[in-house]
Design a protein. Structure first.
Length: 386
């Protein structure tokens, strides 16, 4: 109590010494204390304040990060011999490490901060789909027509996970630990792979009534659901109820009038699916509740006429941004586009000096601002923050 009393006395004394405020009530002009000497510097300071605010107001933080990503000469490299059919990026935060799979079975690995890329040939046919294992990125899984392999750097082996008579198109993990996966077949069916069972055969092959299955993708939260996309069909199934025949979808994503190149769930909630269709449309569906038919949220006209020499476009979500996806483009100058799920074009990545071709296959780093685009002669282009 005495200490508090003392303190009170001290404050009263100080208050008596400090001069009374001279500032009038009401609005005051924003002029600095020693106006005459520093007027130019003050003007600059206030202009800077205005400018940085303006940038923040017209661009979201996300757009700001997209704008900061650039392509330099060093970050373009031929990594595989032929057309890029798949790309994967290692989740490392310090070193940019990418893998590209090509049309004739090559996998190129590239440490982007280094000169050379190194080519391996673990497949006989096109490498259609590739992912680093989410729980153990020492494993690079790669799928070609006849086989799914796991490149294990700790053993220096491209092991075989499953071998198939039918022709495989794509795969995705059913769990983060990558012990089971769903695979799609060009003949339309899908199958489950369980790595814990011995041998390299598939567990269950299921006819889902598709003519073609090009992509399969597992829901990020409810991992029993996967979306399959093929000719004009895009449907969501529950893997727990798959049987060899007579499978009924949980949901259908209707409206496609030509063949569909890809369908992927949004990365955090799975509340959206984006599709690319040969009818020149990108469609975003609202999959927040999985009723038998789900509604289209937005449609974007998008020239998909890649022709026979280029890989077809696949729109992929930015894993860091639940509502934005990335897709190649036929527009000139050559560019890679970023859209919001509302259909709004947010950003175009281009560089007239170093991006002179169409990038059909792209991948975005899970935590850093890095985008990798692959073209049809084995070249990768890495846009990154400087
Ligand atoms: C990759 O590049 C980084 C930066 O130059 C270097 O420190 C690292 O040793 C390289 N790693 C390999 C495996 O070449
Ligand atoms: C790749 O093709 C060669 C030549 O046709 C064949 O001998 C080999 O068995 C094939 N490899 C695999 C893994 O199927
Ligand atoms: C992988 O995860 C699933 C589901 O969480 C679990 O049932 C399974 O035992 C795990 N497998 C391994 C090898 O850890
Ligand atoms: C791929 O990119 C490289 C470098 O940007 C370019 O020289 C090459 O012509 C491109 N390939 C195709 C098929 O457009
Ligand atoms: C409208 C249109 O030109 N659609 C094209 C989209 O791309 C596919 C495949 O390249 C073509 O077959 C379609 O004609």
């Amino acid at each position: 109590f005495f200490a508090a009393l003392k303190l009170h006395e001290v404050f009263t004394k100080i208050a008596n010494v400090v001069p009374q405020p001279q500032v009038p009530a009401g609005p005051l002009p924003m002029v600095p204390e020693n106006q005459v000497e520093n007027s130019k510097l003050t003007e600059d300071l206030l202009a800077t304040w205005m400018k940085i605010t303006h940038i923040l107001m017209i661009f979201s933080r996300y757009q700001y990060s997209l704008n900061s990503m650039v392509l330099s000469e060093d970050n373009v490299k031929k990594v595989v011999k032929n057309r890029v059919c798949s790309v994967a990026i290692h989740p490392s935060e310090s070193i940019i490490f990418v893998a590209a799979g090509d049309k004739y079975g090559q996998i190129g690995l590239w440490n982007v901060t280094e000169e050379g890329a190194h080519v391996f040939i673990p497949h006989n046919y096109s490498v259609n789909c590739m992912h680093f294992s989410p729980s153990n990125p020492a494993h690079l899984l790669s799928l070609s027509h006849d086989v799914l392999r796991c490149g294990d750097v700790t053993k220096a082996i491209f092991d075989e996970i499953c071998r198939s008579e039918g022709s495989l198109s794509s795969f995705d993990f059913l769990e983060d630990n990558a012990s089971t996966a769903i695979v799609g077949y060009w003949d339309g069916s899908v199958a489950v792979v369980d790595r814990r069972t011995p041998g390299t055969s598939l567990e269950l092959s299921a006819n889902i009534g598709f003519k073609i299955t090009r992509t399969v993708h597992v829901h990020p939260v409810n991992k029993q659901y996967f979306v399959a996309a093929g000719s004009v069909d895009v449907r969501i199934y529950d893997v727990r109820y798959l049987k060899s025949d007579g499978n009924k979808p949980v949901s259908s994503l209707n409206g496609h009038t030509k063949s569909v190149a890809s369908a992927y769930f949004s990365p955090v909630t799975g509340n959206r699916v984006v599709t690319v269709c040969a009818d020149d449309k990108l469609r975003v569906y609202d999959t927040s509740s999985l009723s038998s038919t789900v509604a289209v949220l937005s449609t974007v006209r998008h020239n998909n006429n890649t022709g026979r020499w280029l890989t077809r476009f696949r729109a992929i979500w930015d894993p860091k941004q639940e509502d934005c996806f990335v897709v190649g483009s036929m527009a000139r100058p050559r560019q890679i586009e970023v859209y919001q799920d509302t259909g709004k074009l947010l950003h175009s990545f281009y560089n007239v000096d170093y991006l002179g071709s169409v990038c059909s296959i792209n991948v975005v780093h899970p935590s850093r601002n890095i985008l990798v685009g692959g073209n049809s002669s084995g070249r990768l282009h890495v846009f990154k923050e400087q």
